[in-house]
Design a binder for this molecule. Sequence first.
Ligand SMILES: Cc1cc2nc3c(=O)[nH]c(=O)nc-3n(C[C@H](O)[C@H](O)[C@H](O)COP(=O)(O)O)c2cc1C
Length: 391
Amino acid sequence: MSFIVGVRNFLLKILYRIARPIIFLMDPEDAHYMFKKVGVFLGSNPITRSITSLLFNYEHKSLNTTVDGIEYRNPVGLSAGFDKDGELTSIYPSIGFGLAELGSFTGEVCPGNPGKRLFRMVKSKSILVWYGLNNQGAEKISSRLRGTNFGKLRVGINAAKSNITPEFDLQDSIDDYVKTMQLFKDIGDYYTINISCPNTQDGEPFVDKNNLDALLIAVNQNRVDGRPIYVKLAADLELDEINTIVDCCVAHKVDGVVLTNLAKPSHNQEFIKQELPYHKGAMSGLPLQRISTNVIRHVYRRTRGELTIIGVGGVFSAKDAYEKITSGASLLHMITTMIFDGPQNINEINRGLVKLLQEDGFKSIAEAVGSRNPLPKQKHEPASEEVKNVA
Ligand SMILES: Cc1cc2nc3c(=O)[nH]c(=O)nc-3n(C[C@H](O)[C@H](O)[C@H](O)COP(=O)(O)O)c2cc1C
């Protein structure tokens, strides 16, 4: 069966390779809009859903995983930013996703930044994003999604602060997140609190510990039973800043972190400099791959696995996905691989993960989490010499 799926994926990959130069002639934002329209159509009725499923889906029981009490059919998820208005949930299971993070949604309607705001960097395998949180706003989107049965898809609600003013006001900002949380209190399976959009007018004020403390207190007051809360971090933080944020998350009993958001070119050496198309925005894909994995490794060790990690950034293959899992990630998000490699790559990654698990003798994703990132000894743990002496 896996062989047949492999042949199917290979053929689809060739087809996408042929189509890609034509797709890449389109303006990137127009292409994004067109693919969303196609997705809405394919998800609109059982016939197109079944055909899509036949072409793109893949199931294997070793991919089933339970994280923070939520059962996922596989750990491969769509990252926030592709489905900014939550319009495509009916088609994701047929494409092979185990989860999809919708949004970012903001408390107020948000037009996003003006002008051209999406750019391809083909040689760097990256998208430069200058969207600025464009979405229809939490009220409209939640009223459309309320009562939707997402079936086997697990759904994350990504809440960000409205990008409509350059002035930062702490209480207004917290109210904005809380508004989205309350409107989505009976929609979806987990929340992500996005404190790391690189394209907002007032920067990233929740890197500050006092601001983050205040936000997480409010978030906790609006918790929904059985619904984990994750915080999404930026890619360009100093080590001290990462430590402050994750320690704060542990202190406030947040369930986990999403690592990481887009990479700012000014803080990044992992792309072809001549290819940078615009002086604003931040990069997805390959320039982020190594950095996000390093952050995952660090956070997993610092928190000793106490925080769930959703790994995101430059996952293009099962090997990339497995590296993030064995570094400490329990779930994965991705976007850029769909643009560069095609949608069949989602199930190809899942198929490859099954093989990699088997090669390492693991029966489940959970067994592989952090397996190549051994935790340091705790200070109060007796060293092995001491243990020997006692014996
Ligand atoms: C077009 C685009 C829009 C994005 N918008 C958001 C967003 O609204 N909220 C968010 O948390 N992340 C957003 N991101 C970041 C992604 O969720 C993800 O962290 C990043 O793209 C790295 O994953 P990738 O390399 O697989 O694309 C966006 C990324 C892209 C490419």
